[in-house]
Design a protein around this ligand. Structure first.
Ligand SMILES: [Zn+2]
Length: 66
């Protein structure tokens, strides 16, 4: 089973799913830039997918920006 990873801002409780490819790399770069100075971490998707976790996906938002 493949574990899906996300790049997350622990302060804002937002994340971008880590995928293959250049566009996703760019999306994560912009995401990290927007959260400069915040605590960032790489988490398992399982840790953030439920609403109860308090995390919100910004994947589409940043993929559109990339
Ligand atoms: Zn942040």
């Amino acid at each position: 089973m493949v574990k899906i990873k996300v790049r997350a801002c622990l302060r804002c409780k937002a994340y971008v799913v880590v995928k293959e490819g250049y566009k996703n790399q760019q999306a994560i770069k912009i995401f990290e830039k927007d959260h400069t100075g915040h605590n960032m971490g790489t988490l398992d998707y399982n840790e953030v997918k439920d609403k109860a976790s308090g995390y919100e996906s910004k994947t589409n938002f940043y993929m559109d920006k990339a």
